[in-house]
Design a binder for this molecule. Structure first.
Ligand code: N01
Length: 541
């Protein structure tokens, strides 16, 4: 008789880890192709990013109507966006709408956090082990764990000592949180911090922002979508998705073909003004073609944004602290804001510059910097994520011959197409490192990744193939190509999650190439060529 673990092990054709947008779409596709697939999700419901990140102010910075899935004409017909940059509650409703419409929950196990995954070479299967000891086995392991899903707490002495209310933006509670009459601290000024600070400042008693590195922020310019406008958008969906398809990051903002330095200063200024007045990432993504690669072009853009920030602040000493000095505009992920700078004109908001007075420790009543003790009722950590590879590291993934993925990626990822790793057969990594999806309007790239993986699995089934694994040569060539395309970006000269730096995580102090910077169209073309050539670069048997 089988032992107990064996008897309770669930068996599937494919295990998908994560029920965010990529896991949900992957499940649907596998089901349509007749695979027996099961999704395991750590949370209690679907939504991924939009399930966990419930902090005040959380919303899209992609235009809502470019973000939604394009694969289903019915979904496009039935779902209406009410804002151009939709907020988290609506985004989560959208995920629930998809789950209900396609009856996805019947194939999802919730509250199931995968602790380990191990390749069994003899059986040609993956075994997943959950935190509660349950197990599941499948021929294929598909990770749909997202690039920004492993929240990190700051490494500060006494981080667990605070006795008041305490939250991380990426693990926000499901109950309402009130800021009225409270003394609130926010640590961190990335995209999450900027959104949260702006919203909290509307109702807070007193707010203190602890900023280590300022970021360049430009206006989101959100607005409502009236039903008639939604109808007009719906009529243009084909054109909108075609436009996204041809774009480097699958946004609707396409870079201008000119160089910033080939026009007169007056023309350049007028163009910057025009872009700055537009919503979303127009200023970042729709700018002159060289602003993110050429230092002089970037300096011009940076000088323009500097003036805009200064004009919005009453106290120029605060402006001095909010204006970045160690990187140019757009070389770190740009937070889009809706009144962020004006928050610092409020009498009940204080900015603490940690470069002048670092945090020494967190205490039971608040935060102690090198020069003062600040007392609070609530401390919010907007301290980000162990990005891109962090969610992989939190699972003990063991491949062929006992090789650990954590060890293989200790000096940065090695992958083939950001979708598979040599030594880890039958593991497909949706939106994984070295994939175009990280710098992408992500559902656009999720659709491409999932379609590629599903077609590969279907091809294998039709040909009677049981194993897929990148060849060492293909992995080496792709990894070199990722490094080559990345090295052209000014962003690679700056510490950020995009370059794999996180001072709160051991071993993440050195910059590395985390994502494919050649753009989504080139990436898609490469994937299509590889599939057309019988999945060149993959050993199939
Ligand atoms: O995280 P971050 P995030 N002491 O890493 C600071 C996406 N997103 O959650 O820069 C003091 O950007 C840290 O300081 P520094 C988007 O892609 C999208 O804000 O390391 N401070 C930094 O200021 C985004 O880029 C949306 O010096 C400490 C902050 O914490 C990504 O998620 C909205 C510290 C972390 O910023 C991550 O954004 C939100 C310490 N010990 C997020 N440790 C949309 O709009 C860290 N910090 C869709």
């Amino acid at each position: 008789m089988a032992n107990t673990a064996e008897a309770t092990t669930e068996r599937w054709d494919a295990i998908v880890i994560g029920a965010g947008l990529s896991g949900m779409y992957q499940l649907l596709k596998l089901r349509q192709m007749g695979f027996k697939a099961r999704v395991y999700e750590a949370g209690s419901d679907v939504g991924g990013t939009w399930y966990w990140n419930r902090y005040p102010g959380c919303r899209f910075d992609s235009e809502s109507w470019t973000y939604g899935f394009s694969f289903s004409p019915e979904v496009l017909k039935e779902w209406s966006w009410s804002e151009h940059f939709s907020g988290q509650p609506d985004n989560l409703r959208y995920c629930n709408f998809l789950a209900d419409k396609f009856d996805l929950r019947r194939d999802i196990t919730f509250n199931a956090r995968v602790k380990a995954a191990r390749w069994d070479d003899a059986a040609g299967e993956w075994e997943a082990v959950f935190e509660d000891g349950r197990r599941a086995r499948a021929r294929f392991l598909i990770t749909a764990i997202g690039p920004l899903s492993a929240p990190t707490m700051p490494v500060i002495e006494g981080a667990g000592d605070f006795k008041g209310e305490c939250y991380h933006t990426g693990l926000w509670p499901h109950h309402p949180v009130s800021f009225a009459g409270k003394r609130v601290a926010v640590i961190g000024t990335g995209a999450s911090g900027v959104q949260a600070i702006t919203e909290i400042a509307k109702t807070v008693g007193h707010l203190t922002v602890f900023q280590r590195t300022p970021n360049w922020c430009t206006p989101l310019r959100n607005s409502r979508i009236a039903p008639e406008e939604m109808e007009e958008i719906r009529a243009r969906y084909d054109q909108i998705f075609a436009q996204c398809r041809d774009n480097w990051g699958c946004f609707i903002h396409t870079a201008d073909p000119r160089h910033a330095t080939e026009v007169t200063p007056e023309e350049r200024e007028a163009f910057f003004e025009k872009l700055y007045a537009l919503p979303g990432f127009a200023f970042w993504q729709g700018n002159f073609r060289d602003v993110l690669m050429d230092k002089d072009a970037n300096d011009a853009m940076t000088a323009f944004v500097t003036k805009k920030i200064r004009a919005r602040l009453k106290d120029q000493r605060i402006a001095d602290r909010l204006i970045p000095t160690n990187h140019g505009y757009g070389t770190r992920r740009v937070p889009l804001e809706s009144g962020y700078y004006e928050v610092y004109n409020q009498p009940n908001v204080r900015l603490v510059d940690l470069r002048e007075r670092p945090i020494e420790r967190i205490t039971a009543t608040g935060i102690k910097t090198s020069d003062a003790q600040y007392d609070f009722d609530m401390v919010i950590f907007a301290t980000g994520f162990d990005a891109i590879t962090g969610a992989f590291d939190r699972i003990d993934i063991t491949g062929r011959g006992g090789q650990k993925l954590r060890q293989k990626w200790a000096d940065g990822p090695h992958t083939y197409l950001g979708l598979n790793v040599e030594g880890f057969p039958n593991m497909l990594t949706l939106v994984g490192p070295h994939n175009a999806a990280t710098f992408c309007n992500i559902p656009r790239c999720i659709e491409q990744n999932v379609d590629f993986v599903t077609t590969l699995l279907d091809h294998m089934r039709k040909k009677g193939l049981a194993r897929v694994e990148a060849t060492p040569q293909a992995e080496e060539a792709w990894t070199a190509h990722v490094h080559d395309t990345g090295s052209r970006l000014l962003a690679m000269q700056v510490d950020s999650w995009m370059t794999g730096v996180n001072k709160n995580v051991p071993g993440r102090l050195k910059r590395t190439f985390m994502a494919y910077a050649g753009g989504a169209p080139k990436y898609r073309q490469k994937c299509e060529e590889i599939a057309a050539n019988g999945y060149e670069g993959f050993a199939l048997r």
